[in-house]
Write a new protein. Structure first.
Length: 392
C-alpha cells in the first residue's frame, strides 16, 4: 500500500496509476495475437494525439530513453555530417557524446552558467556559421531542471536554416510540458515510458515527421547498428498500426499494454491542454513552498523552470546531502540527488499520476512536508511561518 512506503518523487521512474500497474502485472499475451495487435495499434494512434501531431511516424521499441539518441544518430546522420547540440545540462552533453559515436561532427551550444540556457540569438548566430544536418534541443534537462523554449528555438531554426532537422529530447517533458509537434514544426521527439508518459521503465518512444522520414529514406549509407535500424522497425510499426501481426524483435508486451492504458488516462478528461496546465499549477506550488523554506533554485530565471521537476540548492547549513535525502525518505518521500558533484542540490519530481491525482492522494503536499521535516532534522532553521497547509 502507498501509505506503507515512501513516495517515489524522483524525476523518473515515478509513481504509476493503479490501472497502469495492473496492466503490467497481468498474464502476458502473445505478441502476434489479435488482442495484442489491437492494443499496440491503438497505442500508436494515441501517441500522435499526445504529441499533438497527425503526420508523424511513431516508433515504440524496448529500451530506455537513451535508445532514442541512438536511433537519431544511426538513422538521421551519416559520417562527418554536422549536428548542433543545444545543451542545458548533463543530458544534453550525453546526447552530443552519442552523436559523436556515430561519426557526426558535433558542436555544443551552452550557456556560461549552469542553470541557464543559450538565447535564441545565440542559436541563430551558431546556425549562421555552419550548415547543420540537425539541431537537438533538450526540452527539460533532468540534471538541472532547465526548460528550453522549444517553440521559439524551432522557429529560429526554420528562419535561419529551413532544411535543418529539429530534434527534441522530450524524456523529462513529453506528456506534461506543452509540446505541439506539428504546430511547432518539430521533426523528431523522443521520450521514455517512465516519466510523464506514466509507464514503468522499458520503452523508448520516438515520433518522426515526414521530413525526417524523407531524410532517412534518402540516406547514402545504411544506418550503423542492427537493433536501431529503422529499415527493420518501420515495417513493424506500420504493420502493427494496420492491425497486422509482424515480427522483428519481441516487444515488451505488458509495457505496451500499460502504455495503452496510460495514454487513454492522459487524454481523458480535458486532454493535453488540461494536463499541461495541471503541471504548470503543481510546479508553481512547489516553487512557492521551496521559496517559503528560504531555498534557492538551479535554474537562473523564472522562464527556465521546468514543470516536471524542481531542482533546489541545499542550504549551507545542510552539509551532508546523503543524510538529508535519507531523512526526507524517512518522512515519506524519495528524492534524487544532483548529477554535478561540485554543486550541492537535490531534485524533486512532480509529474503524471502524482500531479493529476493530487486532490485525491496529496503526493506533492506529502513530499513538501517530508522536505520540511528533513531540513529541520539536518539543522536548517525553516523560516517562521513557512509550515505548509494541509492541502495545496
Amino acid at each position: 500500500m502507498e501509505a506503507d512506503r515512501p513516495l517515489l518523487m524522483i524525476p523518473g521512474p515515478i509513481e504509476f496509476s493503479p490501472a497502469v500497474l495492473k496492466a503490467t502485472g497481468e498474464p502476458s499475451l502473445s505478441h502476434v495475437s489479435p488482442d495484442f495487435i489491437n492494443l499496440f495499434s491503438e497505442a500508436l494512434v494515441l501517441l500522435r494525439q499526445v504529441f499533438l501531431t497527425t503526420k508523424a511516424q511513431p516508433f515504440v521499441v524496448s529500451g530506455s530513453g537513451t535508445l532514442g539518441w541512438d536511433m537519431v544518430g544511426a538513422n538521421l546522420l551519416e559520417r562527418d555530417e554536422k549536428a548542433l547540440v543545444v545543451s542545458t545540462g548533463y543530458f544534453g552533453d550525453r546526447f552530443a557524446d552519442c552523436l559523436e559515436s556515430f561519426g557526426a561532427q558535433v558542436t555544443k551550444l551552452k550557456a556560461a552558467t549552469l542553470g541557464d540556457c543559450p538565447s535564441v540569438e545565440e542559436l541563430k548566430q551558431a546556425l549562421s556559421q555552419a550548415s547543420y544536418k540537425l539541431v537537438t534541443l533538450t526540452h527539460v534537462d533532468t540534471s538541472t531542471g532547465v526548460l528550453t523554449d522549444v517553440k521559439s528555438f524551432a522557429k529560429a531554426i526554420r528562419e535561419v536554416s529551413p532544411q535543418t532537422l529539429v530534434v527534441v529530447d522530450g524524456v523529462c517533458a513529453t506528456g506534461a510540458e506543452e509540446f505541439r509537434m506539428d504546430e511547432w514544426d518539430v521533426d523528431v521527439c523522443h521520450t521514455a515510458s517512465q516519466k510523464a508518459i506514466g509507464v514503468p521503465p522499458g520503452l523508448a518512444i520516438l515520433l518522426a515527421s515526414p521530413r525526417a522520414m524523407e531524410v532517412f529514406a534518402n540516406r547514402k549509407t545504411r544506418p550503423a547498428g542492427y537493433f536501431i535500424d529503422w529499415n527493420r522497425w518501420l515495417p513493424i510499426m506500420q504493420n502493427y498500426e494496420a492491425k497486422k501481426g509482424s515480427y522483428f524483435a519481441t516487444p515488451a508486451v505488458n509495457l505496451v499494454k500499460a502504455l495503452n492504458v496510460s495514454l487513454k488516462e492522459i487524454l481523458a478528461d480535458g486532454g493535453m491542454e488540461k494536463r499541461f496546465q495541471a503541471h504548470v499549477d503543481a510546479s508553481r506550488k512547489v516553487r512557492e513552498a521551496i521559496r517559503a523554506f528560504g531555498l534557492e533554485f538551479i535554474p537562473v530565471r523564472e522562464e527556465l523552470f521546468a514543470h516536471t521537476l524542481t531542482v533546489v540548492r541545499l542550504p549551507a547549513a545542510v552539509t551532508d546531502g546523503a543524510k538529508f535525502l535519507g531523512s526526507v525518505k524517512q518522512h515519506g518521500a524519495v528524492l534524487a540527488g544532483g548529477l554535478f558533484p561540485e554543486i550541492k542540490y537535490f531534485r524533486i519530481g512532480h509529474m503524471a499520476y502524482s500531479v493529476v491525482s493530487e486532490a485525491e492522494h496529496g503526493h506533492v503536499l506529502r513530499t513538501l512536508k517530508a522536505i520540511e521535516a528533513g531540513l529541520r532534522d539536518c539543522g536548517y532553521a525553516v523560516p517562521e511561518g513557512a509550515a505548509l497547509p494541509n492541502k495545496l
